[in-house]
Structure formats: C-alpha cells, structure tokens
Unconditional design. Sequence first.
Length: 210
Amino acid sequence: MALIHRLRFWCAWWVRLTHPLTIHGQKKFSDKKVIYCINHQSRLDAVVFLSYFKIAPICIYKAEFRQNKFLRGLFDKLGYIPVKRGEADLNATKLSLSVLKNNGSLLIFPEGTRNREGGLLPFKEGAALLAIKTKTPIRPFYIKQHFNKKGKTCGRAHILVGDEFELSEYYDVKLDALSLNEATEKIRSKISQLGAELEEILSSSKNKKK
C-alpha cells in the first residue's frame, strides 16, 4: 500500500499543476459512509476529484478499463469496482453493497458515461439503489470542465459541492421500479440544480471583472 500512497501523492501534485480547479463550497469531509455522486464530463473527472479532495472513496469504473493492464493492476490494488455497462452487473452491486455495509464510501458517476454537451444524461439507478439498500447519505457535486477545439480539457475547472441528503422516504418500504426511478430522479435533480447554481456563480464572477 505504500506504493499506492506515493503514487496518489505524486499524481495529485501533477493534476494540481496541470488541471487547476476552483472548489465552491465545502472542501473537507470526514471519513464516513457516504456516496459521492458527480456528473461526468471528462475522463479525468475522477482523477481531478480525488486529487483535490483528501478522501479515498472506492470508485466505480467501467469494466472496459480493465483491458489496460496498468489500470487493471492499479484499480485492483485500490479495491475499485468495475461495472459492466448495458447489463445488470450483480457482482459489482454485491461488492458495492459490501463497501457501504462496512462503513466505506463510494464515488459514482450516475450518468454512466462522459457528457460534454451540457445538461445531464439520464441517470443509471445504481446509486439510488445502493443508497436506499444501505441507508447511506449522498453528497452531490457538479463539475464544469472547459475543452479546446480538439476536445481536450483546458483552463480552470470549477466544482460546486452540494449538501448531503438522504433518500429516507424510500427506506424500509417495498422498492418497486417506480420508486427507484423517483429516487434516481431526485439525485439527478440535486445535481442539475448544482449545475444551474454554478453557472450563476461563474456568470456573476465574470460580470464583476468587467
């Protein structure tokens, strides 16, 4: 694990130098059971997130990354959980439930894939299901990246931290498809609202500079 800690340290410094980020809102979090949910614009979103916040959640990542031997070995050592897209991945669900039941934390991108077009894609239901089954609070974030003409990230990114919330109205009741969809839309609404708030913050800041 010492190697992993050193790698994380140097990776964090590299990211901070090459991918500046302004955090709006809370910057430090206690080590507790929680699901961090964030929108997904760039392949570096997770790296940027983990480099600027001193937390170590277990990340949920798409199984395609396992085709890269280096990433596969690194993610396995970190205990990250691969999920197969387009199907009900029961093994990923089982591993994720185990993390939360042992008071760990997860980092999830509910859109399931990158989205640079603005707004949010439909959310996958995994985050809501895990939060309800384990009675775990959710901490939402919205990240805004900038891209050059080649589609690569450039300039300063911004992230707005939302308030922690729970899907407690769905605890200890029969969870059917309709209820799960409603819970998923609640998470999406929270993150969408953060996106609108972040745009207002950036617009206000830009106007003050004029």
